[in-house]
Design a protein around this ligand. Sequence first.
Ligand SMILES: C[S@@+](CC[C@H](N)C(=O)[O-])C[C@H]1O[C@@H](n2cnc3c(N)ncnc32)[C@H](O)[C@@H]1O
Length: 266
Amino acid sequence: MTTGTGFSGEVVEYYARYRRGYPDAVVQRIVDAFALTQDDLALDLGCGTGLLTYALAGRVGTMIGMDPEPDMLAAAAAGAATHPPAAVAWVLGSDRDLPTVGRALRPLGALTVAVAIHWMDRATLFRVAGPLLRRGGGVAVVTNGAPLWSYDADWSRELAAFLRDRTGRPGATCQTDVDGRRLTRDALEDAGYDVTETTVDYTATLSVDAVVGGVLSAMTPPPARERRGFVAELERRLQPYAPLTEEVHVTLQLGLPRRPGATMSA
Ligand SMILES: C[S@@+](CC[C@H](N)C(=O)[O-])C[C@H]1O[C@@H](n2cnc3c(N)ncnc32)[C@H](O)[C@@H]1O
């Protein structure tokens, strides 16, 4: 099973090695929004390698990471070796499987979707999620900053130019931008949620190696025989800008069902 979204094979290795996790403040906002406790069950849909799943795991009783890509899920499960022990279960499935999986679960304190909503049918997902939530529980849609090639910084513009030169296309926004967030907000509101939007901002310093690895985690890597040249050229173009500074804005869209009838009691 694979969704054709590209999250398999070597991409997963780059993802596991180079993608940055979520600051504690992001987790705290989710915990506070839905009053999560050790009595709660939460589900991270599109969990990938488990960056947000593990970050939330210590804050609830049980965490489920769910993703349709077996390689991502395998990398997530392997991450148990480097994270504190926690009750985490991994489920192979996509947004379309949520109604079936949900029938087997007790009510959720939170459904989280981090950097994955653009692959999903938002309207259906948010409608289906409402009845799966405990009273006071909600949906958190999270970005992890913007794609590396879309920052207002010289190194990021250089990266965008490099990708255009190589692929003939501008890099995708992955709907982390204002328009993408509007789609999520509208869909949440239409599905009967009150929505709060908040950001966690911080500055990160990236090595050239981290940017190259991040790029390779977000595309079909060039074939092995071309990879060395691709990497060398990208390193050469980024090096003059080092150290690379990223102003990260993690956005959270927190949806609480507003119709009493849309929730189950725990
Ligand atoms: C960019 S990764 C984000 C992973 C993780 N949430 C994070 O914050 O690092 C997007 C993930 O969404 C998953 N995905 C793609 N289509 C999906 C769908 N229809 N339902 C659920 N997850 C999906 C991919 O397999 C991939 O693991």
